[in-house]
Write a protein that binds this ligand. Structure first.
Ligand SMILES: [Zn+2]
Length: 359
């Protein structure tokens, strides 16, 4: 018996290439399921598994274009609407420069070259890309497009939200290490957490409104180095089809650093006005621009909360007015009147959460 030179090769049929071609003068395959493999690498390990070197040797001799007709497996991971995925090349071990792509609820090329792209088999290890947000619940399938057409092999381990994807070009060794990806899903936030705690105002309790106010303030560029780039943005809280929503003001198209404009025609048909919103992107205590670009004033400092002009407008408003600044959302009630209700400083101020992330 030449036990040391005999091994089970159950994948032969799937490969579709007769290993007789690799026998190099050895006897033809013997009993069913047993083939003889020659070559210096063909040895049984102590556990009875053929060594990796033996598999590589046999397949290498079968020819570089040996490829499975259908993938052994695929790398499909779960993703939910609004999630993002951070995809990082954890390792690469191929002399070919491989493309890596994803298809499913998001379809795009992830990396144009991983592996042998110029200097080594591990070129571009460590590069990372973020995809999403996913437009719907579904799956992502990671694929290795092959230059000759079709895709390589892939398999996945892990569970939501952390996965490892191992990919192989399907040529020669099939050890699933040509490209290894780590995939970290960043779940969508269900809550905006705009405020430090629960708020008593029914409109501000709505998560979509919190997100809209957060984004409106971001769009005001409160951290822009040039004071003229910090602009007031405005909009409307509306109810439409039984749902609360946010409609931006037309004046946002040409925003000003110290004013914004509400125009009835901004509201779409069927939208019922529930509240006015605008931002104060300048921090309290900051000096007014000296060139008079803030409503003609050239000296003085920005204040906190609603301005005199805001109070005057609220006096005639049947819905609440909200002013979003860096630290608060100030609320003026309908028909706010200083003489009846006190000063603007007495109105409700909801404290913003500095760590809110409503993206
Ligand atoms: Zn204002």
């Amino acid at each position: 018996m030449r036990r040391g030179r005999i091994t089970l090769v159950p994948w032969v049929a799937a490969v579709g290439v007769a290993l007789a071609a690799t026998a190099c003068g050895e006897p033809a395959p013997g009993a069913s399921g047993i083939a003889s493999v020659s070559g210096p690498g063909a040895r049984l390990s102590a556990s009875g598994q053929v060594s990796q070197a033996a598999k590589d040797s046999a397949l290498a001799q079968a020819g570089p274009e040996t490829r499975l007709a259908t993938p052994l497996s695929s790398a499909v991971v779960e993703i939910h609407e609004g999630d993002r995925a951070v995809v990082t090349v954890a390792s690469a071990s191929t002399s070919r420069g491989e493309q890596v792509a994803v298809q499913g609820v998001i379809t795009q090329l992830l990396f144009s070259c991983v592996g042998g792209c110029g200097t080594s088999e591990s070129d571009n290890v460590g590069i990372s890309t973020t995809i999403g947000p996913a437009p719907a619940d579904g799956t992502l399938e990671f694929i290795l497009p092959l230059a000759a057409g079709g895709t390589g092999l892939a398999r996945v381990s892990g569970a939501y939200p952390s996965y490892t994807v191992e990919m192989d070009d399907g040529l020669v060794d099939r050890d699933f290490n040509d490209v290894v990806l780590s995939v970290e899903i960043t779940p969508a936030k269900d809550d905006c957490d705009l405020f430090q705690g629960p708020v008593s105002d029914p409109l501000l309790q709505n998560n979509d409104i919190q997100k809209a106010l957060f984004e409106l303030f971001q769009d005001s560029h409160p951290d822009a180095p040039n004071v003229h780039d910090r602009v007031e943005m405005a909009g409307y809280i509306v109810e439409q089809d039984g749902k609360l929503g946010f409609v931006p003001a037309g004046s946002n198209q040409s925003p000003q650093i110290c004013s914004s404009t509400f125009t009835p025609s901004d509201l779409p048909a069927g939208a019922k006005l529930e509240g006015f919103v605008h931002t104060h992107p300048h921090d309290a205590g900051d000096p007014l621009p000296a060139d008079g670009s803030c409503l003609g004033k050239s000296s003085g400092r920005f204040g906190d909360g609603a301005s005199d002009a805001d109070v005057a407008a609220a006096l005639n408003s049947s819905v609440p007015t909200y002013v979003v600044d860096r630290d608060h959302v100030h609320r003026l009630p309908p028909f706010f009147n200083n003489s009846m209700f006190g000063t603007a400083a007495d109105t409700a101020s909801f404290v913003r959460n500095p760590n809110a992330n409503c993206q």
